[in-house]
Ligand binder design. Sequence first.
Ligand SMILES: Nc1ncnc2c1ncn2[C@@H]1O[C@H](COP(=O)(O)OP(=O)(O)O)[C@@H](O)[C@H]1O
Ligand SMILES: [Mg+2]
Length: 283
Amino acid sequence: MDKVRQALDRAREERAAVTAFGAQGVLVTDEPGVVSDRIEEAELSPPSPALARAFAVGAELLERNRVLPADDRSDAAQAFRMLRTQVLQRMREHGWRTLGIVSARSLDGKTTVAANLAVAISADPRHTAVLVDLDLHRPAVARLFGASGAEGIDEVLHERATLDSVMLRPTGLDRLRLLPAQDAGQRAMSGLVARPSCEALLAELKGRYTNRIIVVDMPPILDNDDALTLAPLCDCLLFVVSEGKTSRADVSRALTMLRAIPVLGTVLNNCSTLAPNKTVSYG
Ligand SMILES: Nc1ncnc2c1ncn2[C@@H]1O[C@H](COP(=O)(O)OP(=O)(O)O)[C@@H](O)[C@H]1O
Ligand SMILES: [Mg+2]
């Protein structure tokens, strides 16, 4: 823990908020956000439902997969809403709308954080959110929301499907859209994110609605070069660290590799010891 903590302290000096999402589904945040009351009228309407295919999303499945409902009253959900507010403030200041969720390795909690943050963003009436699965070697968004079997973003990158035909609208989460990826095997996914169609896809997502925040579930930074290819296509990043798993060397290496792209903050996942009296439980 000490090593990770030292690395995080250093990251914190350089960056912004540090939020921790703890071991048994617990979460702490140490820098409460301030909610802006500036609501732009043009940004209040939800996107047209006609452009996305609706699918029923089960509350139990979401709970099992640690995705908290937008109106959840738990402290954990509240902490995600605080993280959302902090992130949105920083993004608004700079006119940024594409946020990549990154970490050094797989299984650090990127998808879990990306999904919860996208849900929390979509609950802010000033915004809509699109959760885009670009961890093509280990896609997880479809499984998390129970949308398995749906055609994926990989088909759009291969230019075999349109964005609208793969965009999903989970019922009950009206301001959230999903762009899942299919698990089509390593070879099929190789080099896909480097295609011009990937940059075009992110630009199209961003161009359609000015109030839309694009949350990209990214590949791990240190496992292959996909994340480094994708990172410059994001306006900014959020860095997930898994306590007891992510080594200090990996944190430093990953942050060094990301130097050119703004990192808004660090989410400490699987946290059991940081600020224990601030640690809160689900439910
Ligand atoms: N704070 C947490 N406590 C317990 N399990 C977690 C936590 N965060 C993530 N997990 C679980 O760990 C696994 C990996 O998380 P995931 O978000 O898929 O990581 P990544 O996207 O970085 O590979 C998943 O099964 C997820 O449910
Ligand atoms: Mg993942």
